[in-house]
Design a protein around this ligand. Structure first.
Ligand code: G1P
Length: 319
């Protein structure tokens, strides 16, 4: 299933693994999804029938990380509630004998030990990671960004943890993107290591223009970071957009030769803006054994109708 080019992929965590903790920054305002995100955190928007952030926590747990710290902000209480017990709901479902829904309600709280802290001020992704310092301590840790969903059948995070065990330092996930899209991402200058699918990162720049991009390798939202990143972040000045950028701190570490990249070409879904979000929901719905067959049938008819010159509903209603 996986088309990752990395050898030695270990789908299950090794007992010697040194990374135990994951940090999930979730303090953003979600302005691209207003008004849906006026009173609901964007991380709680459903992707088919689970909130986006649950996929991320499931990914961390599947890679053996059983301690997850959410870095949230104001108006994010729904995230805390989602990963907590829901006593009344559980009682009601148990009384009805609805064990399927009861499991669905209980699962989020059972995935990992989940902790929450608040970022306080929206000073950027680098600052959000720095907020995790006290909780993480002097250990390597993973960072998972919620706008990138990695298909549950992929083993990207496990591979990155293996690479960290072999190379030490920090490891970032990279994906080749069309040049015209590189301005949406951090971008890495790389050189080969001799290990297929693993590169040495020699430089990083946050959201460069295509002309100034050192490569077409985009940083996607998975990182395994050495705790040295905290000291670097303490010194990192606000960069692009006036925010403290994680990319800028990693650029400093990269000049010391301690950052590696895992090149990923598997299934990744972007939920960062409305069009990408819609594509993600449709793709994942098509792939669901319980919903897919019927939904795909409907989708084919719907698309055939559009292609056959049939009007979209809005045009029909306006006629
Ligand atoms: C953040 C990072 C960027 C990275 C991206 C991946 O940007 O700053 O380096 O490429 O996530 O999704 P954001 O999308 O939050 O602006």
């Amino acid at each position: 299933m996986s088309r990752m080019i990395v050898p030695h992929t270990t789908p299950t965590p090794t007992p010697t693994r040194t990374v135990r903790k994951a940090v999930v920054p979730a303090a953003g305002l979600g302005t691209r999804f207003l008004p849906a995100t006026k009173a609901t955190p964007k991380e709680m928007l459903p992707v088919v029938d689970k909130p986006a952030i649950q996929y991320v926590v499931e990914e961390a747990a599947a890679a053996g990380l059983d301690d997850v710290l959410m870095v949230t902000g104001r108006h994010k209480r729904a995230i805390e509630d989602h990963f907590d017990n829901a006593y009344e709901l559980e009682q009601a479902l148990a009384a009805k004998g609805d064990s399927v829904r009861l499991d669905a309600v209980r699962d989020p709280a059972r995935l990992a030990n989940i902790h929450h802290i608040r970022q306080g001020e929206p000073l950027g992704l680098g600052h959000a990671v720095l907020c995790a310092r006290r909780h993480v301590g002097d250990e390597p840790f993973a960072v998972l960004l919620g706008d990138d969903l990695i298909d549950p059948r992929e083993t990207l995070l496990s591979t990155m943890l293996d690479v960290r065990d072999r190379y030490a330092g920090s490891v970032i996930a990279l994906m080749e993107v069309p040049r015209e899209q590189i301005h949406l991402y951090g971008c890495a200058a790389v050189e080969p290591t001799g290990d297929e699918g693993v590169v040495r990162v020699t430089g990083l720049v946050e959201k460069p223009s295509p002309e100034n991009a050192p490569s077409a390798y985009a940083v996607i939202g998975r990182y395994v970071l050495d705790p040295a990143v905290f000291d670097t972040l303490e010194r990192t000045e606000p960069g692009r957009g006036g925010e403290i950028q994680l990319t800028d701190a990693l650029q400093e570490l990269a000049t010391g030769g301690t950052v590696h990249g895992v090149v990923f070409d598997g299934l990744r879904y972007d939920t960062g803006d409305k069009a990408d979000y819609l594509r993600t929901v449709v793709r994942l719905a098509c792939d669901r054994p319980d919903l897919g067959p019927e939904f795909v049938g409907w989708l084919k008819e719907f698309v055939a109708g559009l292609e056959g010159g049939g009007a979209a509903d809005s045009e029909r209603l306006a006629a």
